[in-house]
Write a new protein. Structure first.
Length: 366
């Protein structure tokens, strides 16, 4: 599968980048014929403590993580499209602010990120809060809300240090490459890419870690200006646009068999959305329900199916019920858009009931 292969490639590149960055230290001897940019493999003799020191350098030291960032940029190449980069800057800025509201540690290690030229649908976060987003992500998703969910998931991995934990777990001691220490006590490790080619699979990120990152993404989105319904909507979209991928897209990179399926993730987010609305708003097969009563099954529009669009409508409603469930404001219409209090709910498209009809219906069941 192209997507799965890419994440394997990403993990392999992680190792290569660690190796390459390590080899850039001045204390290292000149590389031999065998010691390419990918590093020199050694068979034994390296203690996990030494490996931890090298991982910590690229994960936590500012100089180390910037070296690592440059290496992965060099490896994947960058897409300098101004419009895409502007969108990414805005989304990452919004998410970073939202994360800071629940986890201030992000301010101590802000994210580095860039768009690469890969056309598959993916993004990844690796050591040092270094992230890369495939151009293909923007090709499949038009909604910045949905892109924010994908990136929020990756940042969830970063906030919980899953990449560093995964790298350490996936490398057996007998194949850990040599990590050098220079005379001044600096770190100059060299780890061969072959190691990561062999171990950059399911051991990298576990199923509990995937669920944790998913749940953190929902928390981040609900502390931002993005629609919380986008969390379920993105998985609905992936199921529809890439039906051959029965498992996850972000988690799939690491393991197709030991990670939540797309359907499980969508349903988890739909449940969290229901709870966020204080159990007032739900979606059932494309039908948005309020207080258990049918409100709307939206028509397909703007490149979204009925099912995908229903989660956006539900997300707007949930935002109101989250804070005003006991005193729900009236629904009304302004410039063709249905609002509940000050919250826009839906702008009807071809095939939808009229805005006034929907406002009347909402006032009846709210």
């Amino acid at each position: 599968m192209k997507l799965k292969n890419f994440r394997k490639k990403a993990a392999v590149t992680t190792a290569a980048a660690i190796c390459a960055a390590a080899l850039s230290f001045p204390a290292l001897p000149a590389p031999t014929a065998e010691a390419s940019i990918l590093g020199v493999l050694v068979s034994s003799g390296i203690q996990y403590a030494q490996l931890d020191r090298a991982i910590s350098y690229y994960n936590n030291d500012e100089q180390g993580r910037q070296k690592f960032f440059q290496e992965i940029k060099d490896k994947y190449g960058t897409n300098d499209d101004a419009a895409l980069n502007s969108r990414l800057d805005t989304i990452m800025g919004n998410l970073s602010t939202a994360i800071a509201a629940v986890d201030p540690s992000i301010n101590e290690k802000p994210y580095n990120y860039f768009i690469n030229n890969e056309t598959s649908f993916n993004a990844f976060c690796t050591l040092g809060h270094n992230m890369s987003v495939n151009t293909g992500l923007f090709n499949l998703i038009d909604s910045d809300d949905e892109i924010a969910v994908v990136l929020g998931h990756e940042m969830g991995h970063g906030q919980k240090d899953h990449p560093a934990k995964g790298i350490r777990k996936s490398i057996p001691i007998d194949v850990v490459a040599q990590i050098f220490a220079d005379a001044q006590g600096g770190y100059a490790g060299a780890m061969g890419a072959t190691i990561f080619a062999n171990y950059a699979t399911a051991l990298q990120v576990t199923k509990p870690q995937e669920w944790e990152a998913d749940n953190l993404a929902f928390d981040y989105i609900t502390h931002s200006t993005y629609n919380p319904g986008a969390c379920a909507a993105i998985w609905q979209r992936v199921m529809e646009k890439q039906p051959s991928q029965s498992s996850s897209f972000v988690g799939e990179i690491f393991s197709p068999s030991d990670h939540p399926t797309n359907e499980q993730r969508r349903d988890n987010y739909a449940k969290k959305l229901h709870e966020f609305s204080q159990n007032k708003v739900s979606v059932d097969n494309g039908m948005v329900k309020v207080n258990g009563k049918d409100f709307l099954s939206p028509a397909p529009a703007a490149g979204m199916s009925t099912a995908e669009r229903s989660y956006f409508v539900a997300g707007n409603l949930a935002a109101v019920y989250h804070t005003q469930a006991q005193t729900v404001p009236d629904a009304w219409v302004q410039d063709g858009t249905v609002l509940l209090g000050n919250q826009p709910i839906i702008t009807p498209q071809n095939g939808d009931p009229s805005a006034q009809e929907l406002a009347n219906r909402l006032n009846t069941i709210k």
